[in-house]
Write a protein that binds this ligand. Structure first.
Ligand SMILES: [Zn+2]
Length: 504
């Protein structure tokens, strides 16, 4: 029975492999024959587009690059070469309407994720994560496929790598984070030397094996304190699942003179508080006071959160060092997540000036359309626990003052989206923050999926947001999150905004 099944499975896999490889080969060869003459990159600014490998396979390399250059005024491709997540890789997110290009069929069943280039074994000797090749596009090496065509046009190519894994990756059980209850999770422990070795290996492999221009690194993960509170737009509140309590974290606690027992005890107390708050059991002194009391009683909570942040930033420094070791002229950028925009407590843990020391550019998330719904979700989360005594409308108003936002009220924001003024203010804040030590490229929202109540991009929104980023003084832009979720009218509006700005 098992043999039969595996035989069928093998045949199916071979079929997928062969067809995908053939498709890939066809995409590469015919496209190169038809490659047009190089076109000069526009303006002095880096105008980037995030795109997953599947879009080139689905729509053809030259056709996609034509659209990028002609419609979107793009001169730089942020090609997703590594992720197991659907935010950067794959076709449109399942359940969302397809854009007006590419196949109108979901890849939900075939999507796998991983490394869309070729992992060269010699670089992965010091990590258990050796086997990460993406299987959904067969043997296709997306860098081999896209690089020659992009170079011919004078376009730059960056590898966009994201720390999103799936639990079936071979070796992941050896490097996974351990939660408060001692359970293994699906996320990698950033203090584990093996994990550090993996990221270093991956970016070294890309920069040595291919003629790329650099790397854009994504890690949107939060530390235990924010995770316990669910104080982000993108998560549910799971206070009993905080991490990490593995052997490397135990060692770090010892080195820092932190008692791991106290850390556990504090997070267990916080877990009890969060559960009671979610059930509406108001402490005698109110929700906020009780929360602050736990922080005062257990300073280890913040200290443990900082251990996570330091490990995350160490990986950024590792990536930067590894890329520069290959060639100092290669550029490194970091994606700075949306929670940095909404959550003042998170903001306090991030210094743009410090991040600037590890990167050539920062891609700051200022997604405005989906931002409305996301910001509302963030307020809903914190209003369910720590700020449960405050009406949501007032909480958002107060938070807007802290963040320097002037946006629509709570009840209207999801449908309205954030404004172009939000893009301008956040871009300006980042530019002021880095003090000229690195470049700032705001990530512009082009059709990022929202729920039913959220705002979907229109060409007018996209034009206004693109212009706002440039007017704030940005060194360029990155159209986000992936081409396979963007409508062409919005792509064209972004390009128009870039061209109008350079004419002005
Ligand atoms: Zn750990």
């Amino acid at each position: 029975m098992n043999n039969e099944l595996s035989e069928i499975e093998q045949t199916r896999r071979n079929f997928i492999k062969t067809t995908a490889a053939l498709t890939g080969a066809a995409v590469c060869s015919t496209d190169l024959l038809a490659a047009p003459e190089p076109k000069p990159a526009n303006s002095g600014k880096m105008i980037g587009m995030q795109v997953g490998a599947v879009s080139f396979v689905d729509e053809g390399v030259e056709q996609v690059l034509d659209i990028f250059q002609e419609k979107a005024a793009v001169n730089t491709i942020f090609l997703n070469t590594f992720s197991y997540g659907r935010g950067l890789a794959g076709r449109q997110v399942p359940g969302q309407p397809f854009p007006d290009h590419g196949p109108q069929e979901s890849d939900e069943k075939s999507f796998h994720g991983g490394n869309y280039a070729t992992p060269h074994a010699e670089y992965y000797k010091h990590t258990v994560l050796k086997d990460t090749r993406a299987s959904d596009l067969g043997n296709l090496d997306i860098l081999e496929c896209v690089l020659p065509a992009a170079k011919k046009r004078g376009m730059k190519v960056f590898c966009a790598c994201e720390d999103v894994f799936r639990s079936s990756v071979r070796g992941i059980d050896k490097v996974a984070e351990i939660d408060l209850q001692g359970r293994r999770t699906g996320t990698l422990c950033l203090l584990n030397p093996d994990v550090r070795n993996f990221w270093t290996a991956l970016v070294t492999d890309y920069c040595k094996s291919y003629d790329v221009d650099g790397v854009l690194f994504f890690n949107e993960r939060n530390g235990p304190l924010l995770n316990a509170l669910g104080a982000s737009h993108s998560q549910s509140i799971a206070s009993s699942r905080v991490t990490c309590f593995c052997e490397f974290h135990r060692r770090a606690a010892k080195e820092l003179g932190l008692s791991l027992d106290r850390v556990r005890e504090g997070y267990a107390k916080l877990d009890q508080f969060i559960r009671a708050a979610l059930a509406g059991q108001r402490p005698a002194d109110g929700y906020f006071v009780e929360f602050w009391r736990i922080l005062v009683d257990y300073p280890e909570l913040m200290a443990w959160d900082k251990v996570f942040d330091q490990a995350k930033h160490q990986i950024l420094a590792d990536v930067n060092a590894a890329v520069k070791k290959v060639r100092p002229s290669l550029q490194v950028g970091f994606h700075i997540e949306h929670v940095n925009s909404f959550n003042p407590i998170f903001r306090a843990t991030r210094s743009y000036e410090d991040l600037a020391t590890k990167a050539d550019f920062l891609k700051i998330v200022v997604y405005n359309n989906c931002g409305g719904e996301r910001y509302v979700h963030f307020i809903d989360n914190i209003a369910a626990t720590v700020f449960r005594d405050v009406p949501k409308e007032e909480l958002m108003k107060f938070n807007n003052h802290l963040l320097n936002y002037e946006e629509k009220p709570y009840g209207e924001l999801a449908a309205a989206g954030m404004s172009a003024d939000y893009v301008f203010r956040e871009t300006k804040r980042a530019i002021d923050g880095v003090k000229g030590k690195c470049k700032i490229l705001p990530g512009i929202d082009i059709g990022i999926p929202t729920g039913r109540s959220g705002r979907m991009a229109t060409p007018e929104d996209t034009y206004a947001a693109t212009q706002a980023g440039l007017k704030a003084g940005a060194d360029g832009l990155i159209f986000s999150r992936k081409y396979s979720e963007m409508r062409l009218a919005n792509v064209a509006a972004a390009g128009r905004a870039v061209r109008d700005f350079s004419k002005a």
